[in-house]
Structure formats: C-alpha cells, structure tokens
Ligand binder design. Structure first.
Ligand code: ATP
Ligand code: MG
Length: 207
C-alpha cells in the first residue's frame, strides 16, 4: 500500500538503492575483468555435513545439460543403489563403481584395495580423456586416506589431466597432498542431520 508520503520516501530509498547497486556492479565488473584465466579446476567438497556428493552430481548434470561430456568414478559405495547412476548411465555418462560396498561391510583390506584399484584404472583413463569436461571422483578422499591408492599417484594423474578438464573430489578427511592441489574447497558443515533425530535414510533423498 502506498500514499503520497510513502512515495516520496520511496524515491529517496530508490536513489540510495540505485547508488548501492551501481557500486556493487562496479565491484563485480572489476572482479570479472580480473579473472581472465581459462582452465579446468580441481574442486574439493568436504566436511561432515550432508551435501557433498549431491553437489558433485549437480555439477555433472550442469555439464551434461550443456551438451558437454562428463564421467563419474564412485569409490566405497559400489553395492548401493544410486539414483544418480540410474539417470546418468541413460545419458551415456561413463560411471565406474567399486565392486564391493562400504569398507566397514567387507572388513577385508585386500579385497577393498583390489576393488579400489580396478576403479582407479578406469579413473586414470578418464583423467587422460580431453573429451571429458568434468570428472567426478565421489568419495575419493577415503581411498587415499586408507592407502588403497597412493596419494602421490592420485595427485600426479590429476595434475597431468587435460587443461580444460575440471575434477571434483568429494569426501571427508582429505589428505593434505590432495587438498593442496584443489583450486576451490568447500566445507559442508554438519549443523543438524535428521538421521540423528532417528529419521531413516531415504531413497531419492539420501541415495
Ligand atoms: P549426499 O550424498 O546426500 O550429498 P554426502 O555426500 O555429503 O551426502 P556422505 O558422507 O557421502 O555424505 O554420506 C552418505 C550418506 O550419509 C548420505 O545418505 C547422507 O545423507 C548421509 N549423511 C551425510 N552427512 C551425514 C551426517 N552428518 N549424519 C548422518 N548421515 C549423514
Ligand atoms: Mg558422499
């Protein structure tokens, strides 16, 4: 609702608003002008909160939505039904998963190492493929942390990837060597999780 006195105060606010937005635009334009380098980046999505893998998959979807190519390697969670996999495979996105499930299910280091290395062989091929604009390495941090694959070997393969390829790593407790090569690091903070209130993990929401 407006009356004449409101309208005059609005005009004042409008002027202020316009000035503020002008300053904001100048600031943003300057930042845009400063960012001139064109190359793929390494993104690390880590932390204890929910939203790491879904963020990685969101970027894969964004890439594929532009008609560009992406690939996925998923470490640790092989046996789990995965909604993203079901749709991405239909879209022709290569998707490599470990043949075993959670490491705490198998409780067999030899078996886990073998399964991780099988996926790693496929991962290296993706990291050498210039056709792939985005490669998601979901839960990769655990593979390095548990020593299934040497961190230096992972770092080398990522560093030698095609110039325009972006790599997304998800998972908690990233080893320092791997963290060091990330251009963008986002930590998802665990402020609250329904699971701790006794809500069961749900298909379509949690996997
Ligand atoms: P999402 O796949 O939902 O993005 P995430 O990748 O961040 O989750 P992971 O550590 O990979 O989380 O955990 C996998 C599963 O555990 C998911 O089903 C997720 O909902 C659940 N989860 C994530 N964070 C928490 C938490 N802090 N407490 C309990 N469960 C969690
Ligand atoms: Mg995850």
């Amino acid at each position: 609702m407006t009356n004449s006195s409101d309208a005059s105060s609005d005009t004042g606010t409008d002027e202020k608003y316009k000035k503020r937005m002008q300053r904001k635009k100048e600031h943003i334009d300057q930042k845009i002008a400063e960012a001139t380098e064109e190359r793929g980046i390494v993104i690390l999505i880590t932390g204890n909160g929910k939203g790491k893998s879904t963020s990685g998959f969101g970027t894969v979807l964004r890439c594929v939505g532009h008609g560009m190519k992406a690939g996925v390697a998923q470490f640790i969670k092989g046996k789990w039904d995965c909604g993203e996999r079901n749709v991405l495979e239909k879209l022709g996105v290569p998707f490599h998963v470990m043949a075993t499930g959670f490491t705490w299910d198998t409780q067999n280091k030899e078996l886990d190492t073998k399964a991780a290395q099988e996926v790693w062989v496929e991962t290296k091929k993706m990291l050498a493929d210039p056709e792939l604009s985005v490669v998601l390495l979901d839960e990769l941090t655990y593979i390095a942390r548990y020593g299934y694959i040497d961190t230096d070997e992972i770092v080398e393969a990522i560093n030698n990837r095609p110039k325009m390829q972006t790599v997304i790593i998800t998972g908690r407790g990233c080893p320092k060597g791997l963290e060091d090569i990330a251009d963008t690091i986002s930590e998802v903070r665990d402020e609250r999780h329904a699971y701790r209130a006794g809500v069961k993990a749900q298909k379509g929401v949690d996997w």
